[in-house]
Design a binder for this molecule. Structure first.
Ligand SMILES: Cc1ncc(C[n+]2csc(CCOP(=O)(O)OP(=O)(O)O)c2C)c(N)n1
Ligand code: SF4
Ligand SMILES: [Mg+2]
Length: 242
């Protein structure tokens, strides 16, 4: 995998992207796109995009894609899978869309073991709307709505979703500064949906230099600080790790 190659399922020639310089989303999309290419899923994949910076890739893939209301992407993908059970359903949401406004949908999809893959892009802010505090903002983080520092409590979404039921599930947390590992986690999540007909999720720690107000070096440093609070790895592959 070369850093210069572009996934075949991208429409790069006709659709330039609108992400800010240094944004982490395109790295996640590269990992996802390469998996779609290599697993030959282009003609059977459906992607739901939450309102948030995820939507900046709307009409960017040569894959059926739908943009949904903020926080409502998961039930849209659940519904699509009900009528197209052989498709591969992927919901891409931000940390706000997944762990705040859309949390009930995420929890219920996990409880029902809906056969789908959720990608939660965790950039520790509400990126699209100006960098407001999110449930994932680090304690003391300065945001546009926490000018004296964010709340001390952060949501451990991946861990919560892993532990809430004692069953088989694939949940992992990767990060955009390790593309190869992230690609592996997304591949395993897609394989889980296809082979086990079950719920899978990858949380992706991602850069938002625009709202973090960071230069390149500070952006890397902030992601490393996030990793201390949000450890990267696979949470649970199977019951009792058998
Ligand atoms: C029902 C509803 N509430 C609020 C909004 C405004 N809104 C749009 S995007 C967004 C937050 C996005 O943050 P996140 O989900 O973390 O995604 P990011 O942009 O950071 O990737 C909000 C609050 C909306 N569009 N619809
Ligand atoms: S606001 Fe942040 S998450 Fe959104 S495109 Fe810009 S850098 Fe990326
Ligand atoms: Mg966000």
């Amino acid at each position: 995998m070369s850093d210069l190659t572009v996934p075949k399922c991208w429409k790069l020639s006709s659709k330039p992207h609108n992400f800010c310089p240094g944004c982490g989303y395109p790295i996640m999309y590269k990992a996802l796109g390469e998996n779609i290419d290599e697993m030959k899923l282009q003609n059977k994949t459906f992607i739901g995009l939450d309102i948030g910076c995820a939507l900046l890739s709307w009409d960017f893939f040569n894959v059926d894609t739908m943009q949904t209301h903020h926080g409502r992407t998961i039930p849209v993908v659940v519904g699509f899978k009900k009528v197209q059970p052989d498709s591969v359903g992927i919901a891409i949401v931000g940390d706000g869309g997944g762990y705040a406004i859309g949390a009930q949908h995420l929890i219920n999809a996990r409880m029902r073991n809906e056969p789908m893959t959720v990608i939660v892009v965790n950039n520790a802010v509400y990126g699209m709307t100006g960098g407001q505090e999110a449930p994932t903002s680090l304690p003391g983080q300065i945001t546009s709505t926490s000018v004296t520092g964010a709340d001390q409590h952060i949501i451990q979404g991946s861990r919560m979703l892993t532990e809430m039921l004692d069953d088989e599930v694939y949940i992992a947390r990767g990060s955009v500064d390790n593309l190869i590992q992230l690609k592996t986690f997304i591949k395993r999540a897609l394989e889980w949906q296809i082979n086990k007909k079950g719920f899978s999720l990858v949380e992706v720690l991602s850069f938002c230099p625009t709202n973090w107000h960071t230069d390149a070096k500070q952006t890397r440093a902030f992601l490393n600080t996030m990793k201390q609070r949000y450890p990267v790895g696979e949470f649970k592959l199977k019951k009792n790790k058998e």
